[in-house]
Design a protein around this ligand. Structure first.
Ligand code: SF4
Ligand code: SF4
Length: 430
């Protein structure tokens, strides 16, 4: 019977240097630059990336997307999901090891700060076993203060993607954004200070799907048991356990592939140092379970085909979408009224969404009604991509109406694009 171990063994990952740690540093720098800088970068007059919940708009690299672009957003989501499936099928959990925010913050902040304030693995283990002295207390407090500061800055940057960086950092954003920031700060502090690798092992949905997304030709970190065993005697492994000491997941890769492994290659760098001294090739490397690297496989072909179809669909919709979307609807519950001057009046609501970045003034005219029909509509100016709803009143002399329902076209024109929408004009008829 499998018994779940409910006692957590705290992981004291030793520091390690090596070629893959340099890759960690670079991916960490680039990804954190994206997080911290994109809310402040302006492209074509808008944030480089912002999900404006109140304005119901998404800004992305100069493009502006509104709820009428839902199909584009769905295609973007599908592309991201299948892109990750393809990446995982080929490269296994490299995302976890180098690009997941959880790993990036632990590698770039938590471990360096712990090393600086609490010392190496052995020193930390010994101090944690000992009593709460002044030395232990101030080090812990300093560490947690640093983690709290990081949590605040990261949460503010994340919420800036929604509230806008300037508004949030100057205190001008809506109050609820600060509550959300406080919530994320608390969550992140708890994660950095205590939860850590348990997130990958128990909570992360992506980690749960690894078994389905990977196969024996996907990249994994593996130990060469044929050369290494029997360890400590005739095998090349000297059983120094450095690969175990550096592992942030607390596993021993020498016992075989394990789902907890996040492919971070800290053990690869650790063993490299040992094997370099022995003048032998590394025992722990990036490899595949089958030993051969086949990129072209049924699942990678299927994912690539799907990605191509989604990309073609996305760009077709993007480049053929109208510069303006609109909808004419009759004012709820209304049919027509007879004005004192003998005109029949119909009232509508006209909703317009501009996809253009420039401010435009829209003119409205009606086709399909008698020549002396009157159109009453307030001036419509959309300041860049936005949605507005205005009342639209149409009046026609009763004498000129011969049918109870006359089809008509509401035509809006910005001088750089027109949109024609169907509607009907109601009256008592002739
Ligand atoms: S076994 Fe190696 S690659 Fe896997 S999590 Fe541990 S250190 Fe990282
Ligand atoms: S670091 Fe290399 S030599 Fe040392 S225990 Fe791990 S596999 Fe063996």
């Amino acid at each position: 019977m499998h018994v779940i171990d409910t006692v957590r063994n705290w992981v004291y990952a030793a520091s390690v240097k090596g070629r893959f740690q340099i890759w960690h540093r670079w991916s960490g720098v680039v990804l954190q630059a994206v997080l911290f800088l994109t809310p402040w970068i302006v492209v074509a007059g808008h944030p480089a990336f912002q999900i404006d919940i109140e304005g119901r708009r998404l800004y992305a690299l100069g493009g502006v997307f509104t709820p009428t672009d839902t199909i584009l957003l769905v295609l973007m989501g599908l592309f991201t999901a299948f892109g990750l499936f393809l990446f995982t099928a080929i490269y296994g959990r490299l995302w976890c090891g180098y690009a997941c925010p959880q790993t990036v913050f632990l590698e770039e902040w938590v471990r360096p700060i712990e090393l600086w304030l609490e010392g190496e693995r052995g020193v930390r283990m010994a101090r944690d076993k000992g009593p709460w002295t002044f030395d232990k207390t101030w080090r812990k407090l300093a560490k947690w203060t640093a983690f709290l500061a990081i949590s605040i800055v990261v949460s503010m940057s994340f919420v800036s993607w929604f509230a806008g960086a300037r508004a949030l950092w100057t205190g001008a954003a809506e109050g609820w954004y600060y509550w959300v920031t406080a919530f994320f700060t608390a969550l992140m502090f708890w994660d950095l200070a205590w939860f850590r690798e348990q997130f990958c092992n128990f909570l992360c949905p992506y980690a749960r799907f690894q078994g389905v997304l990977c196969d024996d030709a996907s990249l994994v970190v593996s130990y060469d048991a044929a050369r290494g065993e029997p360890r400590g005697t005739e095998g090349a492994c000297i059983d120094c356990k450095k690969c175990v000491a550096v592992c942030p997941q607390g596993i021993d890769i020498r016992t075989g592939f394990q789902l907890e492994c996040i492919s971070c290659a800290r053990c690869v760098d650790a063993c490299q140092i040992v094997m370099d001294k022995k003048g032998q090739p590394n025992l722990i490397t990036y490899n595949t379970l089958s030993g051969e690297q086949r990129i072209v496989r049924p699942r990678t072909v299927a994912y690539t085909t799907l990605l191509t179809v989604i990309a073609v669909g996305f760009f077709t919709v993007l480049f053929t979408r109208p510069t303006v979307d609109g909808l004419v609807s009759r004012t709820p519950g209304s049919t027509y009224t007879v004005d004192a001057d003998g005109y029949i009046r119909n009232t509508y609501l006209l909703r317009l969404t501009s996809h253009q970045n420039e401010a435009r003034t829209w003119a409205v005219k009606i086709d399909g009604l008698p020549a002396d029909a009157q159109v009453i509509v307030p001036p419509i100016t959309l300041d860049g991509a936005a949605t507005t709803t205005v009342p639209l009143v149409v009046r026609v002399p009763a004498a000129e109406l011969t049918a109870q329902s006359v089809p008509m076209q509401v035509v809006v024109d910005s001088g750089n694009g027109t949109l024609s929408m169907k509607a009907t004009f109601l009256s008592a008829g002739g």
